[in-house]
Design a protein around this ligand. Structure first.
Ligand code: GLU
Length: 470
């Protein structure tokens, strides 16, 4: 356990696999919240020891994912691969201390020992643990930890409580492979120690590693950090979250139109909570966040709740920012983008944003305002315009061109007075006006749609329909 008086240092240590899993994003968020809550430091370590997968693009995915999510680091990233010499030096130190040994078993001998160990229900044992080095130089070896065979290893987990592992069930894990490359558990311990990490907060799929890593800390004579293992995120069906639940990477959620601040808020609630608060700011989450409030049961992704939180943040979001995001969606859909797109979006977004749960929905909701004229006249509109309808639409165009207040409220008043003047209900106005305003898309209520289109566009659409329908 770290000294309670020393400043907190946390880290997120993703491997560059080509995506940033939402579980990793949540783990990063908790580390970030805890560092910010305590006035500590939040670090990034890229675990790029798998040289095939650790391409520049895959590393970039990690940087972009955290940048998008709005999690900032307090120092430049540490690259694990570049520290292999440090890992080897630690293994050498363990050899010198007698807490590790060179194991010269051949692959065939190891396979046989593995069979025997399985049959006897025990961990594998190397004959080299207590034997002197073989005669003759150059025999290949791996370096193994000389793990205690008796007693227990205790992991005082801040989420799970004390977790006890029987040492006879922990094997002499490999520290350096035959080619001299360090293994995952060695690298993590050396890096966490040398980066001064005080709190290792990560997914509970690493709980077993915490026991192994504790043994390595002991073998090096170092004090282990505090461990906090978070329950994994499950899908709505209770299975570990994966692509088949609809999304698993941060980029999937971004592509589905979730805002980063909404995701931060929602992810904070997955496995942690402050009373019943569902919606809160970063500042609130930072001031409230305690590891003690992390729950140990797996958290389930709930799309309805996420949508609710996202809708809230879309409502709060700046309209110009939303316009930019909608434009990205339009581009990715290769949708029509009229030359005066910016003005059209500026008018339409405030009118429809209340109803949008995602940016994709917002992009659907503004479509009516982006259609080029002439708008299509379908059979239904034709029928509505037959007989009295066409004349009425003509009179409506006049009323609209005379309207003095082209706000949504003003339009509501104009439509009401128009219907009264015609001696009909609004039910007679909707069928002739709505299809023209909607132009084949979804439109908000008539008054809002008129406001969003603006006088010139609304009247031009109506005039064109009048001139096409005789
Ligand atoms: N690279 C590991 C992972 O992505 C990190 C494990 C750890 O946080 O210690 O799961």
């Amino acid at each position: 356990m770290p000294d309670p008086a020393s400043p907190v240092v946390t880290r997120i240590a993703p491997s560059p696999t080509g995506k940033l899993h939402i579980g990793n994003a949540r783990t990063a968020l908790f580390n970030w919240l805890y560092a910010r809550h305590t006035g500590g430091t939040f670090l990034l370590r890229v675990e790029d020891t798998d040289r095939e997968r650790s391409t520049a693009e895959n590393v970039e995915v990690i940087f972009e994912g955290f940048a998008w999510l709005g999690l900032d680091f307090d120092a430049a990233p540490v690259f694990q691969h570049a520290r292999a010499d440090r890992h080897r030096a630690a293994a050498a130190e363990m050899l010198a201390r007698g807490s590790a040994y060179r194991d010269y078993m051949t692959p065939e001998e190891l396979a046989e020992e593995r069979e025997r160990a399985r049959a006897e229900g025990r961990t594998i044992r190397s004959p080299w643990r207590d034997a002197p080095a073989p005669a003759g130089a150059g025999k290949p070896f791996v370096v193994r930890l000389k793990a205690p065979r008796e007693g227990e290893t205790l992991v005082e987990d801040l989420v799970k409580g004390p977790v006890v592992f029987r040492n006879d069930q922990l094997d002499d894990l490999i520290l350096l492979r035959a080619d001299g490359s360090p293994t995952y558990n060695l690298a993590v311990v050396v890096d966490d120690h040398e980066m001064g990490i005080t709190h290792v907060i990560r997914g509970d799929d690493h709980l077993n590693n915490a026991a192994r890593q504790t043994l390595i800390y002991q073998a090096l004579g170092w004090g282990p950090p505090a461990f906090a293992h978070l329950p994994l995120i499950h899908g709505p069906d209770g299975a570990k979250l994966s692509k088949r639940h609809g999304a698993e990477a941060v980029s999937d959620f971004a592509g589905m139109g979730y805002l980063p601040e909404a995701l931060r808020n929602y992810l904070a609630r997955l496995g942690w909570g402050h009373g019943d608060d569902e919606i809160f700011s970063d500042a609130q989450a930072i001031s409230w966040f305690e590891i003690a409030d992390v729950v140990s049961a797996p958290a389930r992704l709930d799309w309805a709740k996420l949508n609710h939180v996202n809708q809230h943040y879309i409502r709060l979001a700046d309209d110009a920012r939303l316009a930019g995001l909608v434009d990205e969606v339009l581009k990715s859909r290769e949708a029509h983008r009229p030359p005066d797109l910016a003005e059209r979006l500026a008018r339409a977004i405030p009118v429809v944003k209340e109803g949008a749960k995602t940016i994709l929905e917002l992009a659907d909701l503004v479509l009516f305002a982006l259609k080029e004229r002439p708008v299509a006249v379908d059979e239904k509109l034709k029928a509505a315009l037959a007989g009295e309808g066409r004349e009425r639409l003509g009179r409506l165009a006049l009323a609209l061109s005379d309207a003095s207040d082209w706000s949504a409220e003003g339009m509501a008043g104009t439509l009401k007075r128009f219907a009264e003047g015609e001696g009909v209900g609004l039910g007679k106005v909707g069928p002739i006006l709505r299809p023209i305003l909607a132009a084949g898309a979804v439109a908000p209520d008539l008054a809002s749609a008129l406001f969003a289109l603006g006088r010139a566009e609304a009247l031009a659409r109506i005039q064109e329909v009048l001139s096409h329908v005789q």
